[in-house]
Ligand binder design. Sequence first.
Ligand SMILES: Cc1cc2nc3c(=O)[nH]c(=O)nc-3n(C[C@H](O)[C@H](O)[C@H](O)COP(=O)(O)OP(=O)(O)OC[C@H]3O[C@@H](n4cnc5c(N)ncnc54)[C@H](O)[C@@H]3O)c2cc1C
Length: 439
Amino acid sequence: MDRRNFLGLLAASSLSALSVSSRLWADDDDNQASSLTAVPANTGLSGHIVVVGGGMAGNTLAKYLRMWGGTGVTVTLVEKETTYTSNIMSNLVLNGQRSLDSLSYRRDTLTGHYGVSLRIGEVTAIESANKRVLLADGGMLAYDHLVLAPGLEFDLLPGMGSASEYDTLIPHAWQAGPQTQLLRDQLLAMPAGGTVVISIPRAPYRCPPGPYERACVIADWLKRNKPGSRVVVLDANADITVEKDNFLNAFNVTHAGIIEYKPGCAITQVNSSTREIMYTQNGVSVLIAAGVFNPIPPQRAPDLLGKTGLLNSPDGRFAAVDVLSYESTVLPGIHIIGDASHTTQPKAGHVANQEAKVCADAILRRLSGQQPDPAPVTNSACYSPITASTASWLSGVYQYDPASGTMKLSKLAASAGATNRNYEDMSTWFNALMQDSFG
Ligand SMILES: Cc1cc2nc3c(=O)[nH]c(=O)nc-3n(C[C@H](O)[C@H](O)[C@H](O)COP(=O)(O)OP(=O)(O)OC[C@H]3O[C@@H](n4cnc5c(N)ncnc54)[C@H](O)[C@@H]3O)c2cc1C
């Protein structure tokens, strides 16, 4: 499948009413930056929406609520951090191709142009009966609709005493930031001939191709900078979960002799200080000592949602939603978008952006007394660097299926291998997505 087909596949899913649109896929980033849509006045809609979390999902939602809803719709975004650091592309910090600064996004356009009220702080409790949220600083915010977009939290691995071990000894770096830099520093400090161990949790986890992509980026860098080193991938899943052909080729051909891929591995004990890892594969217990250990831990929606009684997915770790509106299936008036929600779509930034638009549209329709769009269509896209100059990609289109009440995969396509052209297109795609979400 070539680039024309890739763009065609995405266009097939574009929602004119939801502006998922060609603007997101334009090649000229400067044009996008200079074409900010004005917030309309007098749409006749009014209401106060509180959004918790200003990442890929929450920031997009806050922007589109104002852009489509107009000045009568007031939006307050509560976010812990003053700037957002993109996870997408953060694997390229590990090989020195990107800096964390280059992945940092401010919310000036959101507040200055779109008129969203930004409250830097942490929501610690939700009082759904009183329709208000409580903040760690003692503040309180009342809402008409509440949207939760807080991303994920990470489990400890067996043998770990506290989450601070991720910050100091064995960074997961699955939330881009200081741990990403620590992992980069550990790779730089590792002697040539060392072993990097990456562990992958059982699906669902954030960014299905991301761990395999990371193994490739690290292997490619080790080849040039730490001769004789290897990457051991301990995958809790029975097989490569996505883009199997591309990653098998990457492991067995492009990075042959460097990446050792081990499916069906369950980690049973970790010593963060010595970086010794005990795991079982096919019933056999194995001990491996790593020079650098990058555990990607099992993931779940944040405890805030658990305390509120929202974690009703079959495994009890995520919030089940009605995908026409992203409203909780247990607590009406509370919507959950992005990685914290349980849907049939992958946990990905591109999907978080799409869910935000469907949710914004549904809330605005409700403010005007209408039902949500009965046939939403979304898409996902993911580019994976395989070396410092080649990438592969995967894209899917999801359509609402009334029979099952889920978003059903209607088209799936992957690149035929990794190419330089894909690597160039990756930047275009990334810049456009971030412009749409934060610009
Ligand atoms: C290495 C890597 C590569 C990736 N590559 C891709 C890719 O190529 N394509 C793709 O589509 N996706 C990719 N992803 C996945 C993508 O980053 C996530 O799916 C996406 O960030 C999820 O968006 P979100 O809004 O749900 O969560 P986040 O982006 O994590 O945002 C959550 C926000 O909520 C805030 N928050 C949390 N709790 C509170 C609270 N109580 N009060 C206030 N604020 C709070 C946080 O500070 C954060 O800013 C990648 C991920 C990784 C780790």
